[in-house]
Design a protein around this ligand. Structure first.
Ligand code: FPP
Ligand code: MG
Length: 334
């Protein structure tokens, strides 16, 4: 991905919102002359509920029940649904109906879930806790956990190809959405990031900022980018809009990971719903390790700003959900 930041020059950037006691209605300042009020709690609750319903309906408990139960166990364990909401918001921003983007929204959540099931396996991170409950392999065993991940991956592509409403979205756009997703989750995207991350852990050579950025742009940002780009594609966005939204998502994706690194060293396992302090315990290269906690926070603030800049050409009212989501990711506490 030809996208880079210059993290060293990050001093003096203040977050746009205070960390505590944030109101549920945000006044988002989009430019010097425009300000928009947005009830994000209602928005997130409504979108997450719609996504949860669609996910639930996507995985009926058919024979053999065990595999479908294992898929449902992790898929419906109550994540924040940030990726699907990004997908729906991008679709609506370019003038599409959320109905058009729901299969894509479900697909990115399925792939996110399967990547975490596999990441938690004994052959990778060997984790016991995910989203506050025992990991998939701890409940169903390793073989079923591997297969549940595989099945979710296949189902994700099936949903986009077969369930995107063809009366609303031309076939060429559905095909493009499938390709945009595939290119970002394979060996040039999510898988590449995971492999580079594994190679970096315990490597003899120290991992620098460039390699860390490569890892996060692929391991984390690629799927967020897929979510936003797919939403914009099925929503009928122009190539320029799709490109800008892709850049927004890469900033937000990197932001997500910088915040994740910070939370790992500042929060407890109970607060996170997963094992805290693991990066330090496993000597993992993180932003706090390379540039310190304070500069990591400043870098997060810069990424948040850069993400929002990508939305400058859009109608501020329609862009409110994506503006908010950048803040939501920047200031999340778990
Ligand atoms: C969590 O990272 C892991 C990921 C974000 C991605 C893992 C990707 C794979 C296992 C590849 C999946 C395969 C396909 C085909 C997409 P982390 O361990 O840093 O975070 P954690 O503390 O939440 O576990
Ligand atoms: Mg992990």
């Amino acid at each position: 991905m030809a996208f880079s930041f210059s993290p060293p020059s990050l001093t003096g950037l203040a977050p746009t919102l205070p960390r505590r006691a944030r109101p549920s209605r945000l006044r988002l300042v989009c430019s010097a002359s425009t300000a928009v009020s947005f009830d994000y709690k209602t928005y997130m609750a409504e979108k997450a509920a719609a996504v949860n319903k669609a996910l639930d309906e996507s995985v009926p408990v058919l024979f053999p029940e065990l595999i479908h139960e294992a898929m449902r166990y992790s898929l419906l364990a109550g994540g924040k649904r940030v990726r699907p909401v990004l997908c729906l918001a991008a679709c609506e921003l370019v003038g599409g109906s959320p109905v058009s983007a729901m299969p894509s929204a479900c697909a990115v959540e399925m792939i996110h879930t399967m990547s975490l099931i596999h990441d938690d396996l004994p052959c990778m991170d060997n984790d016991d806790l995910r989203r506050g409950v025992p990991t998939n392999h701890r409940v169903y065993g390793e073989s079923i956990a591997v297969l549940a991940g595989d099945a979710l991956l296949a189902l994700a592509f099936e949903r986009v190809a077969a369930a995107t409403p063809s009366d609303l979205v031309p076939a060429a756009r559905i095909l493009r959405a499938v390709a945009e997703l595939a290119s970002r989750v394979g060996s040039r995207g999510l898988v590449a990031g995971q492999v580079a991350d594994m190679a970096a852990t315990g490597a003899a050579e120290p991992v620098g900022l460039d390699r860390l950025e490569y890892i996060h742009l692929n391991k984390t940002a690629a799927l967020l980018e897929a979510a936003v780009v797919m939403g914009a594609v099925v929503g009928g966005g122009s190539d320029e809009q799709i490109e800008r939204l892709g850049r927004y998502a890469r900033c937000v994706g990197l932001l997500f990971q910088v915040v994740d690194d910070v939370l790992d060293v500042t929060k407890s396992s109970e607060e996170l719903g997963k094992t805290a302090g693991k990066d330090l315990a496993t000597d993992k290269t993180t932003y706090p390790k390379l540039i310190g906690l304070e500069r990591s926070r400043e870098f997060a603030a810069q990424l948040n700003r850069e993400a929002k800049e990508q939305l400058a050409g859009f109608d501020p009212e329609k862009a409110a959900p994506l503006l908010f989501l950048a803040d939501y990711i920047a200031f999340r506490q778990n």
